[in-house]
Design a protein around this ligand. Structure first.
Ligand code: GLY
Ligand code: MN
Length: 531
């Protein structure tokens, strides 16, 4: 889901595995698929050029450098720039990449690591290593890059960079600038467009990340009865991922029990589980820089602690998810799924008595559903957990309600639901798969980013929460909403905290494939002895 009032912007392929990644034999997980397609930087580079709509020019991207914290010789774990990785698969510091569009030549530029550095930190892959392991045309030392750029730009004349701060910095570049066409605005939209539709390689990586995360969620569910504190939930999840050689989490683990489950991006993960009914575990590992995102809500403690209220909300949220997943296919406007999930939530809460005093449609159109389901239904997943263009996924058709950088928060969710008042209840998903689908190459022909297309990977993550400060401030104190909420019934639900379920879903040509295999719903309850 998108943050409330927090503006977050939003191996084994033969080649790159060896460069950086782990071989299948190192992954002690039975159900991980071992047949993976080749990594595809060349394919990605050609796709980006097609999106740029040009057959000439030089693309230049610097990779990430290693950094240290202020006043320290230590630093954060290395995290490669995602746009750079998309074109190289190289996951070590100090590299650059060039793609000569006319020559169709993708060159990875790697650092030379001096022996003194090797003593402390080991070597980085040599050009020969990289060339034999990675799907680029050429690999050279970065020391030769300035000479290459001077010579090539003198002929090619057009340079594409992501932004001004990523322009090359070599002696002589400033003197060349007046004779060059430097484009720092077209590359990112073109790369976003390319990244939006996942290649088979990317699907395989995200699937593997999901396999590892799903296994870790299974491990946690099996051990949950013994846990006494949220920190044990977090630790068990991370241990299972690390043991599968997935050492990086795609985002900080959320292990929130009781009322903490209603804090969408809770992160303290340090409270006692005693007396708590449920714990929301939202956690996903990365694999080869590709993210997974998985949420499961687990009953905690003795069966008597899994109250009628907790079970009802658990079932409701799973119903919201199942109905949305069943509707996914190319051409579906994602916002319609969001509205559908909200309507299901309103119907369910009306049945439970938390909502009252109107029909489901009336309450839905009033925007009161946002009290309990206050975030986006999902987002893209790829090299970033909230992958490129996620903000656009929830936009209504036609004019965008949100500017590009505006966060989705309670106001905008309420506004979105209210806007639905002007419409009929959520329209049925479009049946014409061609409508809005297929980006078409080149700027100016791009699909609406709110519509599902084959090979997109999105999360479907409905939730129902009882966040007291939020519900009191924005709903119980406002007559327009308060009249639809029964405070006496609501009192019984504060302790439930919240329930969320989240899977990564691949849009196929006709419907979708759920990539997350962690048990959920009744299967999870049976496994844990609560069904
Ligand atoms: N599942 C939490 C988020 O997407 O932010
Ligand atoms: Mn998510």
């Amino acid at each position: 889901m998108e943050a409330i009032d927090i503006d977050h912007d939003l191996v084994v392929v033969e080649e790159f595995d060896a460069l950086y990644v782990k071989t299948p034999s190192q992954i002690p997980i039975a159900n991980i698929s071992n047949t993976l397609p080749s990594s595809c930087p060349k394919q990605h580079a050609r796709k980006v050029a097609k999106e740029l709509g040009t057959d000439n020019g030089l693309i230049y991207l610097p990779g990430q450098l290693e950094s240290t914290w202020e006043d320290s010789d230590q630093g954060p774990p290395f995290r490669q720039r995602r746009y750079f990785y998309y074109l190289t698969g190289a996951d070590f510091p100090g590299c650059s990449v060039t793609y000569d569009i006319a020559a169709d030549k993708l060159t990875l530029w790697v650092p030379f690591t001096p022996p003194a550095t090797i003593l402390w930190f080991g070597n980085t892959p040599s050009p020969d290593d990289c060339l034999s392991q990675s799907d680029v045309h050429d690999v050279k030392y970065v020391g030769e890059l300035a000479q290459y750029l001077s010579a090539r730009l003198a002929t090619v004349k057009t340079l594409y960079a992501l932004r001004p701060s990523q322009l090359p910095k070599f002696e002589g570049f400033e003197q060349m600038r007046p004779s060059l066409k430097i484009d720092v605005s077209s590359l990112q939209p073109a790369m976003d467009e390319a990244r939006l539709i996942k290649s088979e390689y990317e699907v395989a990586m995200i699937k593997r990340a999901n396999d590892i995360s799903s296994n870790a969620h299974r491990v946690v569910a099996k051990k949950a009865a013994a846990f006494k504190n949220e920190c044990e939930v977090e630790a068990a999840f991370i241990a299972a991922c690390t043991a599968a050689n997935a050492k990086t989490q795609a985002y900080p683990v959320i292990a929130g029990s009781g009322p903490n489950a209603s804090t969408l991006h809770y992160g303290a993960n340090n409270e006692s589980l005693i007396g708590r009914q449920l714990v929301v575990l939202d956690a996903g590992a990365e694999w080869s820089c590709y993210a997974s995102e998985v949420t499961r809500t687990l009953p905690i403690g003795p069966r008597s602690q899994f109250t009628r209220e907790a079970r009802a909300v658990y079932e409701l949220v799973h119903r919201m998810q199942a109905e949305c997943i069943a509707r996914i296919k190319p051409g579906v406007v994602f916002r319609d799924l969001q509205l559908h999930a909200t309507l299901v939530a309103v119907e369910g809460l009306l049945e439970l008595g938390v909502l009252k005093g109107g029909t489901a449609e009336e309450i839905f159109k009033n925007g009161t559903g946002a009290a309990f389901f206050p975030h986006g239904l999902g987002h893209h997943v790829g090299l970033d957990v909230h992958d490129v263009l996620s903000r656009d996924l929830l936009r209504p058709a036609g004019e965008g309600m949100w500017g590009k950088r505006r966060p989705i928060g309670p106001q905008s969710v309420r506004a979105m639901i209210k806007q639905a008042a002007a419409e009929a209840p959520p329209p049925p998903p479009a049946t014409d798969n061609k409508k809005n689908a297929g980006a078409g190459a080149g700027a100016g022909k791009r699909a609406t980013h709110n519509t599902l297309q084959p090979q997109m990977i999105v999360t479907v993550e409905p939730g129902v929460y009882f966040c007291k400060p939020y519900i009191e401030a924005y709903f119980l104190r406002r007559e327009e909403h308060a009249r639809y909420i029964d405070p006496a019934v609501l009192d019984r639900y504060w302790g439930v905290g919240g329930v969320r379920v989240e899977d990564c879903v691949l849009v196929t040509d006709t419907a979708c494939e759920v990539l997350t295999t962690a048990p959920k719903g009744n299967e999870l309850l049976r496994m844990m002895g609560y069904a």
